[in-house]
Design a protein around this ligand. Structure first.
Ligand code: ZN
Length: 745
């Protein structure tokens, strides 16, 4: 159970192209489009594939039901563990008699718990969102409670110890079970089971407080409705229909519109708004919001440090890295710093190039030029460089990516590469699958699209996939894949529980008869998230806690990062693109130009990720607890960004050095990626190695795709990730391809 509290629902998005040029596509008129996405697979149905062998989940929870069910699951687990402790003693504990009941209960709990917690991110009903957050809080405390029981720990310890005696009572245990026990036992140690008496109580209190802080942080962040009021004139540069789509002000904001800090607004604004002072105001406002989260993050850092020291670790990073591929700070710190040192000059060259352009531009427009190149200049001039030097008009590019057709083509790529078959479930199908006959309760919102996923030859069911494509109030505001039910082998030892995954996205919604168009950035992002979904669906482990995306945190992004490469090849782009008016594929010149931008500003882009990683390591490796208490998080954040990227900020204009409170919206570090942000770059090493070795010359080879699906995706976290890589690559992984891709041989 120890790992249950560490299981996390969502894979947060990392967009490597986050500041590549992004323009909101125009909303063309004059053609009729289906109001809802309709998918047509190229595969043939050989039977009725809309009635899978496992019913899909029902999303009919209410505030009242969650109030009952969340503690109910907790009580169920408690009863199972009580019975286990009463019937098995450390003297006769075996894998079967100890883990059997634990894992059976865990499987039952996980098929319900993730969904109970999911509403917090997607429900349109704020009361249900709150109840769902409350359920998560109850369950997190419950997992902590279960994972810190001495009586169960003694049984686990006994099983763990007997694993090392080959002739012992566990002599026949297989590799996956052995791996699970090893992870589980170490998880108990990290949960403080070696602590006694008041120390144990203090440790538990610290951990419980951290959970509360995380939930508050997430609630504040997802509930943030702050906007910046600007006049249409101030937003000059942003397409007119985008400005028109923004909420209009009244009273003191009469004549102004509200720009939100959600990606579909703020990203194009920073790339397109001409007035540098307005961009500056937008940038600063974005980085100084949700201020109530600043003290929450600070307290979490202090509490984490306290908890880690109680367990005898040097700091939180030492504790948290123990079960990662990288293992320790002595590996991570030189990895980040070495990469920074090798890339810093490239970043400065990129800044110098853009700054030259800025100088000319400011002179031509009669604007003051102070010689500095600021954070809020980056996306704007990067966009101009991409449009002029690379002749890539991102608006034109987006015309080739109407949402429905693009997603269709992506699913078809997955179908042929990984031998799958996606069958969209209509409203009538959902009604037929619903226990009450009501299709509505088979999704959490009317916008949601559901798929039954089958093997490519329809020989077996794979699982369910949902897509929730458009933004709405209160919904999680980025792109992420959520596991709703993990896959596992049922206790009969033969049949499987099939996994269920959801993609939560925020594409601009189609307006009337106009199609939604995706930027290339969106295309890459969606393929990445779909990759996580496929990873989840491909899971074929015995145990849910090792299934699909339940790998080491610093490996989990590798499969999706590898798939991003597909969105940068002529072959796939010509399959994927289809002009919204003419259905034509993207012309070769435009495609080549687009592909040539893959590495534009990559120095600066990677330095930004390194800055996040170094900030994360800095706050999680204080030399003493006093140092943790004295940390000025905002100062460290601002410093890390400025010193690593070389971009200038408000601190160069006389503002205090700790001007930014970017940490207040840095959800990664509050849960899941703490002392783990480096993992995005770390897993890039392995994703690039896999791509170069297996796919680069022939990315659509189904035999390779199938081998990858079964040797990598299917394994999930059921064995050491280095082993998985070595088996797939046929040799130990290395960083040659990674540096080659960055041009740093
Ligand atoms: Zn991801």
């Amino acid at each position: 159970m120890a790992s249950l509290g560490q299981l996390s629902l969502a894979l947060l998005l990392f967009t490597p192209t986050a500041f590549a040029a992004v323009a909101k596509p125009p909303t063309p008129a004059g053609q009729d489009y289906a109001p809802r996405f309709v998918y047509k697979s190229k595969r043939q149905a050989t039977a009725d594939l809309t009635r899978p062998p496992q019913s899909p989940p029902v999303f009919n929870d209410t505030v009242d039901s969650l109030k009952m069910d969340a503690p109910g699951l907790c009580n169920q687990t408690k009863a199972v563990l009580d019975k286990l402790a009463a019937s098995v003693s450390p003297l006769n504990a075996t894998f079967a008699n100890t883990y059997g009941p634990i894992l059976e209960d865990e499987h039952d709990v996980l098929t319900k718990m993730y969904i109970q917690q999911f509403y917090a991110s997607v429900s349109a009903d704020s009361a249900l969102r709150d109840a769902s957050s409350e359920a998560a809080s109850i369950q997190s405390n419950c997992a902590l409670e279960s994972g810190t029981r001495d009586d169960i720990f003694k049984l686990v310890e006994s099983v763990y110890n007997s694993l090392n005696t080959t002739q012992g009572i566990n002599g026949t245990i297989d590799a996956q079970d052995r791996y699970l026990v090893d992870k589980d036992y170490k998880g108990y140690l990290r949960n403080g089971l070696a602590l006694e008496g008041s120390q144990r109580e203090q440790f538990k209190a610290a951990r419980s407080r951290i959970t509360t802080l995380q939930l508050q942080f997430d609630q504040n962040y997802s509930g943030d409705t702050s906007v910046i009021w600007l006049s249409p004139a101030e937003l000059e540069g942003l397409p007119e229909d985008h400005i028109n789509s923004l909420a209009k002000g009244t009273g003191e904001n009469e004549g102004k519109v509200a720009l939100t800090f959600k990606a579909p607004d703020v990203t194009p604004a920073l790339a397109l708004v001409k007035n540098p002072d307005v961009r500056r105001r937008i940038y600063i406002a974005r980085d100084t919001r949700v201020l109530q989260n600043v003290p929450l993050m600070k307290e979490a850092i202090v509490k984490r440090d306290e908890a880690a020291r109680m367990l005898g670790y040097e700091h939180h990073a030492a504790l948290n890295l123990e079960n990662k591929m990288a293992h320790d700070v002595a590996t991570v710190q030189p990895f980040l710093e070495g990469l920074r040192d090798r890339l810093y000059d490239r970043g400065q060259e990129e800044i110098a190039g853009m700054n030259e352009l800025k100088k000319k531009d400011h002179e031509a427009r009669n604007l003051t030029y102070d010689g500095n190149f600021y954070y809020w200049d980056r996306d704007y001039y990067n966009n101009i460089i991409v449009e002029t030097e690379y002749a890539v008009d991102q608006v034109k590019v987006s015309e080739y990516f109407p949402l429905d057709r693009t997603i269709t083509a992506m699913l078809q790529i997955f179908e042929s590469l990984f031998s799958m078959h996606f069958v969209q479930l209509s409203t009538a199908d959902l009604a037929a699958l619903s226990p009450s006959g009501n299709a509505e309760e088979m999704t959490w919102h009317e916008d949601v699209i559901a798929f039954a996923v089958w093997e490519g030859d329809n020989s077996g069911f794979v699982g369910y996939l949902y897509m929730d494509l458009y933004p709405r109030d209160g919904k999680y505001s980025h792109f992420a894949e959520f596991t709703l039910q993990p896959g596992f082998q049922k206790s009969d030892g033969k049949s499987r529980h099939y996994p269920v995954a959801a993609l939560v996205c925020n594409f601009p919604k189609p307006q009337g008869s106009n199609p939604a168009l995706m930027t290339h950035d969106d295309v890459v992002t969606f393929f990445h998230e779909l990759g996580h979904g496929i990873h989840e669906l491909s899971g074929r482990t015995k145990w849910a806690r090792l299934s699909g995306t339940s790998t080491a945190r610093d490996f989990v992004e590798a499969p999706s990062q590898m798939l991003e490469n597909w969105m940068w090849t002529n072959l796939t782009l010509s399959q994927l693109s289809s002009h919204y008016k003419t259905n034509e594929s993207m012309p070769t010149e435009l495609m080549d130009a687009l592909i040539s931008t893959k590495h534009v500003m990559e120095g600066l882009l990677t330095l930004r990720q390194i800055a996040f990683g170094l900030f994360d390591m800095k706050i999680h490796t204080p030399a003493s607890h006093e140092e943790a208490e004295a940390l000025d998080m905002s100062l460290e954040y601002s410093r890390s960004m400025r010193n690593t990227t070389g971009l200038k900020g408000p601190e160069d204009q006389g503002e205090p050095e700790n001007w930014s409170s970017g940490e207040a919206t840095f959800g990664h570090l509050m849960g899941g990626y703490d002392a783990g942000y480096y993992g995005y770059l770390w897993s890039q090493v392995y994703s690039t190695d896999m791509f170069y070795t297996a796919f680069k010359t022939d990315p659509m080879n189904p035999a390779t795709g199938n081998k990858y699906r079964h040797m990598v995706l299917e394994k999930g976290g059921s064995q050491d990730e280095f082993q998985t890589l070595e088996e797939f690559l046929g040799r130990p992984p290395n960083s040659e391809a990674f540096y080659k891709e960055l041009g740093l041989e």
